[in-house]
Each structure stands twice: as structure tokens, then as C-alpha cells.
Design a protein around this ligand. Structure first.
Ligand code: NAG
Length: 448
């Protein structure tokens, strides 16, 4: 409560958006770098003040303020209706520019409303990238103008045989707008040249034997591929990249590139080069999973490290070419892994991931030869082979997503697990108030 009992919240600055990446001017400037997101938050007897040079900084500061407020609204004890905040002066900015959450809407489909709720939940933790995994063997989830068969055939299936679904252009734009209002940039992924069975059910011309594939509703990986190098496939990739670029205001398009055992290495390389060319021609930068790092990379292409338990040669090759990495080591950040052997859903190929595992690692000390300068950021993927409902998503993401978000935001020297666990405890009541079904990890002294 400020002087005289009134709460004063002052937001200052935020005047000059400046040019965004890829020349895209806009107040968002989300992925411009840590400086763009800096803010200062002061709470004293004069009230609450947040200062930032950019709107995005003000938004991040407001998220911090939200964490200082009580979980369930003002206490109404003994005649007072106010909220007392601790006096603080915080000068804050993120360690890494890219702080992502990936959602797989291909294995199981999630509605626009569900995706929006996920955005709401993660943006409170200063996540600034929503990476949408929009296609896979089990489903194609985004309408592509001129190719209605992709969603008609490819959108009607999902893991386990459910009805699937897809986003119209308008749906997709609604998600993007909702994200942008929270200073989150959508990075859409169409996974190619593997993980494409759904596309092959729609268009047999895309496969080398010209055979139309049957819908696939299991959970195997690595068995499908585009017939790279044919005119039909080239047209397909060009159309898809063009449409994605047209519908996406953000600077990045994710081309997938993971787990392609069906294709000879030269043809894989040819695909990666051609896809980057098309992405560049559309005015965007490409992102791809770790495997693309072994191919020739265009300037600005981002490689997403994921496969712990294998030598990181592709990640190192990406870095040698001047590329930067988004760190998604499966053993730390894969939100689809089980917490412990009793977790009711989730996989375990990358190990069990308790809250401490998700928190206690340094993205710039993971791969010898990859330091702060080579790491663009950190991302927590949520694959949905075993997650069918919003509750499932929330249970897997909370509290591990906030752990990874802090790995991405806070400098290493300012982090320790005990401090994190103590602060995290206070978030339990917040999640409960929002109806979030979270994992009550034994490492945290949850109140109540
Ligand atoms: C990997 C696959 C992914 C799958 C996930 C499950 C990547 C880049 N690829 O094998 O399609 O959903 O494991 O944890 O992660």
C-alpha cells in the first residue's frame, strides 16, 4: 500500500521498440537479446515502479511483480483490504535471449483455447518462445492454402486413434496474436524430411514409391521420409515454407530435421540446404533439431541440441560453422519424461527427470567447447505421445517448466536449487488457484 492507502503502480519507459530481428520492426522485439528485455522494479513507501526501455521489459517486470503478490488475492483480515509488499529494488535482465516452451500438437491435438492457456501459464515465467510442433507421423495440424488434403487426411488422426484436429489460418493467427500480447513469439515447426507419415497419407507423390500411406497412430519414430530431390517434394517444401512464412510474424521457422534414418546422408544434406534456402528467401531464419548441424548451415540458422547420450558432434559442427544452439538436452528439459517411476504418464528413454534434474545444470557447461557465446537459449519440449489432456500437459510441465525457465533467465552464479525450491513452494497455491494439476515433488516443502 502506498502513501494514503492507495496503490501506485508506475510503468515508465517502453518508448522505443527498435528494429526486431530479420528487419521486422515491432514493439515486441522479443528475440532481440537480453538487453531488450531488461527492467527495474522498485517497491518502496512511494508505491511500485517498473522502468524499462522497451514494452517487453515492462511486461517481464509485471510478471515479477505478480510473483510478489499473494497467490489468491488480498488478505481481508481485521479491517485491512490492502496488500503489503516487501520493499525491493530489482534490476533484472535475462541470461539468454531464447527461452522456449515447445508443445507437440501433432501426437495429440490441442485446441486453440488449450494452447492459449499453455501460453498464459508459461509466459508468467518469462518464456518468450512458443515452439509449436505442427506435424509428425501421427498428424498434420496446420491448414496450408492450396493443399487442403494435408489437413483433410493428415489432420484427422492422432496417437491412440482419436479424432485429431487442425488449425485453420484464422486459428493459427489467433494463437500467434495471443502469444504476442504476452510477448511470446511463435516458432512454427513442420518436421521434415522425416516424421512425415501424415503428409504421406495425404499426398502419395511425396514418397519415393508413390504409395499412399495408412494413418499411423502408434508412437514409433524414424520410419518415414519425403522423397527428397524430386520436383513434387521441392514444390511441397516451397509451398509449406512459403505459407508458414506468410502466416508467421516472428523471425524463425523450424524445419525439423530429426531422426531421418530412411535417407542417404547426401540426400539429407541436400534437403537441409534447400530448406534453409527457401526459409531465407521467405525472409526468415531456419531452426532445426541437432541433426542439421552436420550439414552445411546458412548464416543465422539455429540448431536445437537434444540428444543427450550421443556424442555432440553435430552440435559442435553447427558451432564451428558459426551457428548458435538452443539447448534442449533431453535428460534435463524433456517435459515428457516421467518424474519418478510412479508417474502416471510420460516416457523414460532419457531417464527420470525430477525437479532438481530440470534445474541443476548449466546450458553453457554441457558440451565441451560450447560456452555462453554459442548458446542462444534454452527450451523445454513437451512431446505428447502420452499426454492427451490439458491436465496431462500441466502435470508434466509444472513444476519442471518454471525450473527450465529459471535456467534460461537467471545467471548461473545467482542460482541454487535450495533457493529455487524454497521460492517454488509459494507457487503451489497459485497453481492450485488456477486449477493447474502439478507434480507435488518431494524436494519442495509445499504449503498446506
Ligand atoms: C524423440 C523425437 C520425438 C519424440 C521424442 C519423445 C526429438 C527431436 N525427436 O525421439 O519425435 O516425440 O523423442 O521423447 O525429440
Amino acid at each position: 500500500t502506498g502513501e494514503g492507502g492507495a496503490v501506485r503502480l508506475e510503468l515508465t519507459g517502453g518508448g522505443s521498440p527498435g528494429p526486431g530481428p530479420g528487419g521486422a520492426a515491432g514493439p515486441e522485439a522479443v528475440l532481440e537479446g537480453p538487453e531488450a528485455e531488461a527492467y527495474e522494479l522498485t517497491v518502496d513507501s512511494g508505491g511500485v515502479r517498473i522502468r524499462a526501455a522497451r514494452p517487453v521489459g515492462l511486461f517481464r517486470g509485471v510478471q515479477t511483480l505478480g510473483q510478489l503478490l499473494p497467490a489468491t488475492g488480498p488478505a481481508r483480515a481485521s479491517g485491512t483490504t490492502g496488500v503489503t509488499l516487501p520493499g525491493v529494488r530489482i534490476a533484472d535482465r535475462p541470461r539468454f535471449a531464447w527461452r522456449g516452451a515447445m508443445l507437440d500438437v501433432a501426437r495429440h491435438f490441442f485446441t486453440v483455447e488449450e494452447v492459449k492457456r499453455y501460453i498464459d501459464l508459461v509466459s508468467a515465467y518469462k518464456i518468450n518462445v512458443l515452439h509449436l510442433h505442427l506435424s509428425d507421423d501421427q498428424g498434420w495440424r496446420l491448414a496450408i492454402a492450396g493443399r487442403p488434403e494435408l489437413t483433410e487426411a493428415g489432420g484427422a488422426t492422432e496417437v491412440g486413434g482419436g479424432p485429431g484436429g487442425f488449425y485453420t489460418e484464422q486459428d493459427y493467427r489467433e494463437i500467434v496474436a495471443h502469444a504476442r500480447e504476452r510477448f511470446v513469439e511463435v516458432v512454427p515447426e513442420i518436421d521434415m524430411p522425416g516424421h512425415v507419415n501424415a503428409a504421406l497419407t495425404a499426398d502419395p507423390e511425396l514418397s519415393c514409391d508413390g504409395r499412399r500411406r495408412e494413418p499411423y497412430t502408434g508412437t514409433d519414430v524414424g520410419f518415414s521420409a519425403l522423397c527428397v530431390g524430386t520436383p513434387a517434394v521441392d514444390r511441397f517444401v516451397a509451398d509449406v515454407v512459403g505459407e508458414l512464412a506468410r502466416m508467421t510474424p516472428g523471425p524463425y521457422l523450424h524445419i525439423g530435421g530429426d531422426e531421418v534414418s530412411e535417407l542417404a546422408p547426401e540426400r539429407y544434406d541436400r534437403f537441409v540446404e534447400r530448406a534453409q534456402e527457401l526459409v531465407g528467401a521467405a525472409g526468415k531464419r531456419a531452426v532445426g533439431w541437432q541433426e542439421i548441424g552436420g550439414s552445411r548451415l546458412a548464416p543465422g540458422t539455429v540448431t536445437q541440441y537434444w540428444q543427450t547420450g550421443r556424442t555432440p558432434e553435430e552440435a559442435l559442427s553447427a558451432v564451428r560453422q558459426g551457428g548458435r544452439l538452443v539447448m534442449s538436452p533431453a535428460s534435463r528439459t524433456y517435459l515428457d519424461m516421467k518424474y519418478d517411476s510412479g508417474t502416471r504418464l510420460g516416457l523414460r528413454w532419457a531417464g527420470l527427470i525430477e525437479i532438481e534434474d530440470a534445474y541443476d545444470w548449466d546450458p553453457a557447461a554441457m558440451i565441451p567447447g560450447v560456452g555462453d557465446g554459442q548458446v542462444l537459449g534454452v527450451e523445454a519440449p513437451l512431446w505428447t505421445e502420452t499426454a492427451e489432456t490439458m491436465d496431462d500437459l500441466e502435470y508434466l510441465a509444472f513444476p519442471r517448466l518454471p525450473a527450465v525457465a529459471e535456467v534460461a533467465w537467471t545467471p548461473q552464479r545467482a542460482r541454487d536449487f535450495d533457493g529455487f525450491a524454497a521460492r517454488l513452494a509459494g507457487h503451489g497455491p497459485r497453481w492450485a488457484a488456477l486449477g493447474v494439476d502439478f507434480h507435488r515433488s518431494g524436494a519442495v516443502a509445499w504449503p498446506g
